[in-house]
Design a protein around this ligand. Sequence first.
Ligand code: ADP
Ligand code: ADP
Ligand code: ZN
Ligand code: ZN
Length: 815
Amino acid sequence: MTDSYVRVRGAREHNLRTVDVDIPRDALVAFTGVSGSGKSSLAFGTLYAEAQRRYFESVAPYARRLIHQVGAPKVEEVSGLPPAVALEQRRSAPSARSSVGTVTTLSNSLRMLFSRAGDYPDGAARLDSDAFSPNTAAGACPECHGLGRVHRVTEDSLVPDPALTIREGAVAAWPGAWQGKNLRDILATLGHDIDRPWRELPSAERDWILFTDEQPVVTVEPVREAGRIQRPYKGQYMSARRYVLHTFADSKSETLRTRVRGFLLTEPCPVCAGRRLRPEALAVTFAGHDIATLAARPLGALAALLAPTARRDDDGVAATLARDLVSRIEVLTELGLGYLAMDRPAPSLSAGELQRLRLATQLRSGLFGVVYVLDEPSAGLHPADTESLLAVLGRLKEAGNSLFVVEHDMDVVRSADWLVDVGPRAGEHGGRILHSGPVAGLADAAESATRRFLFDPAPPPERTPRTPTGTLALRGVTLHNLRGLDADFPLGVFTAVTGVSGSGKSTLVTRVLADAVRDHLGTAEEPAGPQDDGSAEDAADDRARIAAAEGLSAVDRLVRVDQKPIGRTPRSNLATYTGLFDAVRKVFAATDAARARGYTAGRFSFNVAAGRCETCQGEGFVAVELLFLPGTYAPCTACHGARYHPETLEITYRDRTVADVLAMTVDTAAEFLADVPAAARSLRTLREVGLGYLRLGQPATELSGGEAQRIKLATELQRTRRGHTLYLLDEPTTGLHPADTEVLLRQLHGLVDAGHTVVVVEHDMGVVAGADHVIDLGPGGGADGGRIVAAGTPGQVAAAPGSRTAPYLARAGVR
Ligand code: ADP
Ligand code: ADP
Ligand code: ZN
Ligand code: ZN
């Protein structure tokens, strides 16, 4: 007898209200509910966590203590649960060295093909497949060590202003403070004239100062300054080139490395021409191309090139390997990813693209009897691509697996075999199962927020598109797949940019438009938060060319609200990011008890030594090495997650400690801090963007991309704004239930009503239907895209021939 259900009894993780639920196996199960209702707490926090715990107990009994520390999910019993694989979007940042090829393991197969079936020059020995990887010593180009780029310095880059003397700082690349003076004094001791303008020094002398590899040691007579007498000392010279290259390669200080990066010119490696491999490896070809060339081809084109070999009716190595590659690429193409190339760095992919790559890779794993737990697999997908996503999910199911997906896209939800709707609202107002059964049964769940969107989506209200106040016109734009594109963005209105995955939407909006406005404003944009994504290094070879631009002067400010994390450690959280925590700390410092003890606001920061728990240094968590799982945190055993020194927690405000306040949700805190104006304003905007369910102390590492984006938006909304602001958002509805989307849209349209411009990249046809202007890119992805297929009001685009968006927009009820 086999019971074909996973049966959960007494689930209490996070906000779940002692939930009992039965979920069928070997089915596509959708979990729905508004943000914060408890979907992830059930799907990831309970089902996946429990499967993972059992797995670890079975394979690594010695890890039990650690598992105990990390904590088992709060659930009385789960029966019938198969092993689980999670394909989650949050917390799965790829490493800098990984690429589309490594994530999918397609690289291994292509290297094998070259090793075993490539065309070698006459007399050359066969190479091992490692020799085709730039990440191995056997394969890497010896000049650039497999990076494909070399860093160089020139006199111009090191000495930007040759009118200066050495004493005035002509060698700008040199370090500041003592070390810089030291080098200057060494030069003076060696007899160089440090008071002559740089350009007047003899060229041999200038070359030596900047480029020599000699490192003479001399006894330095320090140059006297402001009458201070210094003793002679021994100093060693280092040329500016040596200093810059060494610091860039070896310094542990990110600040120093960033500083010297400014003096480096980055160029393709002269030996491998950016192809990253040894000459011997590059000499091997397949179908007339070297491996680097094939890795740079879009996957779709690569499959076409391999097809003749794959079709060959033999079971030789070449045919077998080519068949394998082609069939794996087909799945990726089906998921709308055929425009990606194998050498594309994984960090430049969106979360949705990455999840679909991993999904496709799973199809090949041959696993069966597994539960795949997925987080909004439709994120980043045009409705046209969603159909193929469903087909791929269907194949995983046919192979004997179960699919549990947290989803907001009603098209995906409608095609599920089973629906678990959690709610009715967020946090403590949610956490109940409103429906668990076939999709149609949701019709009887009166409390469900999902029901209205699933069964009778209201047609968008009839509205007259706003009239633009001007136009921002870009001409001859070239970047990625945009080739000499002309694009007009109307100002003072809400514009939606649409198109299939890879058509160029993000490139046009978050790169080209953002760069053009930023360059015009001449200042760094005001990011809604810190945004060091380490991409600066690549910026030089990845910048847009824009032949002409008009209308830029109407824009006074640029704000990009993206989905990057608001912080990478549990030290940053919602309260610190929004500035709300400053107000909270002041409230505590102002209590009589705190004043009596001399506690200032700083004492109530978990980042300051005096007030925090010393065991975990205010993190509330300690990192544990749990087998091969990176970055697992367990609650601190000293403060149990409270983060503070016990004495700090003796101070209360209205009977609550500062740790209690951090544990409150935004909704609760809004009531508790209603008469603290600075806090109340932040809290109000957070609720307005639908984040009332988040806890103030929720670590940045636990927030989804969509949540991070809404926190940034709220932070921006609470600012007082002047002038005309251009807001750019990339798929702001990711992670949002349609009910939450309504709330968000009200905010965005409010910004337009206040005279600003909003441009969103969007797939949700409800959002597009409500825009004033639509720019549809396409027609396909990659080289098949990059053109404007249609532009105009939603009604005009819905009627445009040749647009893949049009039918879906028309279906959304646009007139
Ligand atoms: P959903 O997936 O429906 O958006 P979640 O399951 O993520 O909702 O969250 C449900 C509730 O649990 C929310 O109130 C959220 O603030 C809370 N929550 C989520 N993660 C944690 C956590 N790690 N610790 C405590 N509470 C959490
Ligand atoms: P969309 O936003 O419509 O999904 P993108 O703008 O992300 O499309 O991509 C358009 C094209 O540009 C695709 O062919 C993609 O592979 C390419 N592309 C995007 N980002 C990069 C990058 N950082 N490096 C190289 N190519 C890129
Ligand atoms: Zn090289
Ligand atoms: Zn602690």
